[in-house]
Ligand binder design. Structure first.
Ligand code: PEP
Ligand code: MG
Length: 560
């Protein structure tokens, strides 16, 4: 008999396949026999070198397939691999007569426990440490790597959770879908699944743990369901795949309200995918990717080329470029980034551009203003990330004026693009009136806005019930931004993950957003959804949601 386990749908796709469990921790031997300390030291050095090569290769693959943001996780792995304290502790263990394998296990044990006891992003670091430890143990014990890139076609992968190095290996032509016990919509695994178009359900809980290898299951990424032993009709429906209808034209609601549906991009592959999926334009170009995976910052000309090329991919659309947004969870190894106890509340986004990265910021502004004068430059919009004060915006716009004066004086062709502010902090929500008089648009970054409004890390599954953009507090913040923006003739878009959640589309239309920007794969569904929605009905739903008190009230309204 068929049974269904419910989790969070990560990709709006379904497929059927055969279960294969991935349990990397359990398949590794505890230790090996110890050789002499010299031999064990040499084994450790060799293992580190192999691990470094593997991590670098996975970093590159993730960067190409998913994006620089996600690939950045591997920088943390490289740092742990070269951590002097961990290295010293392994060597001490070896000197005490342990095999390198046992010494590695011992050396990682304390740091893992310490990170586990912390909150938020720090707790996630425990996963990264485990990932590095397991990699070293696997190499040292000569254990076979479970090759996730070579799974038999039609595999449905089940796992407790999938780390960045696991997801980097998945081959969408072989993996029909995956489901994880843990994880939320913004987990690495979910974002990767959307980028690659793999049907996926995350956070399915203990209900999937007793599904046996070889069982046939359907992954329904739309409903967030894992259907075990599906009946013939469900099976056939999922297996038939989806004929995705691509809408290349702009869409409007049934009562004639236009909504721009744009893509979030970081890599050239994502720009291509945005065009293929019928994006009206780019709503978030994450420029960090231009800065990563290299030893020094890109030149003004390199940045100019990348932006001008993106503009030509959307000759009739808008391309919203975000200025450099590093810090927090987005490190750039060659820039000076002092370790911080609270990186998400520290030197990130515009704060760095106005301070330690002021020169980089000006170079980027020069490239942007030159690109605004290029062939399709009239479609360029530029926004600043993580603005929390009006003063920061004024200083950023002063830098724009100064760069414009320099370009003029040097007789370089330039134009002024439209400028906007990302709304990601509660202070920006409260200061929206003053911000709106200074810019042309707002783009709401709900990933960060939710984490700051709810005081909840976007990385910690244990409190993911709070990192929920449907919370009335977040909805009221969005409502305020749309109202204030429109009163001041600013268009208002959204580029956080919330914008691409089809189950929230009607609510977002009702809240009055002018633009929604998301992973390319969700664009066809969202465009179809907009075309089937009445703005008037949606506004009633939004007004009921704004009067609600709890997330369960909102869920009820959405299910009605
Ligand atoms: C956001 O915070 O919602 C956003 C789009 O920015 P990022 O996810 O890159 O921080
Ligand atoms: Mg953000």
């Amino acid at each position: 008999m068929s049974r269904t386990v419910t989790g969070t749908g990560a990709t709006p796709l379904s497929d059927v396949g055969t279960v294969r469990w991935y349990r990397p921790d359990e398949s590794l031997p505890e230790t090996t026999d110890a050789g002499t300390p010299e031999e064990e030291r040499a084994n450790f050095e060799d293992a580190k070198e192999t691990a470094r090569e593997e991590i670098e290769a996975e970093r590159e693959r993730t960067r190409d397939l998913v994006g620089e943001d996600e690939a950045g996780v591997f920088d943390a792995h490289l740092q742990f691999l070269a951590d002097p304290q961990i290295e010293a502790s392994v060597e001490d263990g070896i000197d005490d007569g342990l095999a390198a394998t046992a010494a590695v296990r011992e050396a990682f044990a304390d740091p893992i426990t310490q990170f586990e006891s912390m909150d938020g992003m720090m707790a996630e670091r425990a996963d990264d440490l485990r990932d590095v430890r397991n990699r070293l143990v696997r190499i040292l014990t000569g254990s076979e790597r479970i090759d996730l890139s070579a799974l038999p076609a039609g595999t449905i992968l089940l796992a407790e959770r999938l780390t960045p190095s696991d997801t980097a290996q998945l081959d969408p032509s072989r993996v029909s879908g995956f489901a994880t016990v843990e994880g939320g919509r913004t987990s690495h695994a979910a974002i990767f699944a959307r980028s690659l178009g793999i049907p996926a359900v995350v956070g399915a809980g203990a209900g999937i743990e007793d599904i046996q290898e070889g069982t046939e299951v359907v992954i329904d990424g739309n409903a967030g369901e894992v259907i075990v032993d599906p009946d013939e009709a469900v099976r056939a429906d999922a297996a038939s795949g989806r004929d995705v209808e691509i809408h290349t034209d702009a869409v409007e609601t049934t009562d004639g309200v236009s909504i721009e549906v744009a893509a979030n991009v970081g890599t050239p592959a994502e720009i291509e995918s945005a065009v293929e999926h019928g994006a009206d334009g780019i709503g978030l170009f994450r420029t960090e990717f231009l800065f990563l995976n290299r030893g020094s910052p890109p030149s003004e000309d390199e940045q100019y080329e990348a932006i001008a090329e993106t503009l030509s991919a959307f000759p009739d659309g808008r391309v919203v470029v975000r200025t450099l947004d590093i810090g927090g969870d987005k490190p750039i190894p060659y820039l000076d980034q002092a370790p911080e106890e609270n990186p998400f509340l520290g030197e990130r986004g515009i704060r760095r551009s106005l301070d330690s990265d002021a020169d980089l910021f000006r170079t980027q502004l020069r490239a942007l203003m030159r690109a605004a004068a290029s062939e399709h430059g009239d479609g360029l919009s530029v926004m600043f990330p993580l603005v929390s004060t009006v003063d920061e915006l004024d200083r950023a716009l002063e830098a724009v004026d100064e760069v414009a004066a320099d370009l003029e004086e040097a007789d370089v062709e330039w134009a002024r693009p439209e400028f906007g502010v990302m709304i990601e902090t509660p202070s920006a929500v409260f200061m929206a009136e003053e911000l709106a008089t200074r810019v042309d648009f707002f783009s709401i970054g709900t990933n960060d806005l939710t984490q700051y409004v709810m005081a909840t890390s976007r990385e910690n599954d244990r409190i993911s019930y709070l990192h929920d953009p449907r919370h009335p507090a977040v909805l009221r913040a969005i409502h305020r931004i749309v109202q204030v923006g429109h009163e001041h003739d600013c268009w208002v878009g959204m580029c956080g993950e919330m914008a691409g959640d089809p189950s929230l589309l009607k609510l977002l239309v009702g809240l009055g957003l002018d633009e929604l920007s998301m992973s390319a794969i969700t664009i066809p569904d969202v465009k179809a959804g907009v075309a089937a929605t009445s703005q008037a009905d949606a506004a009633t739903l939004a007004s009921d949601a704004l009067a609600a008190t709890t997330i369960s009230d909102i869920t009820q309204l959405l299910n009605q």
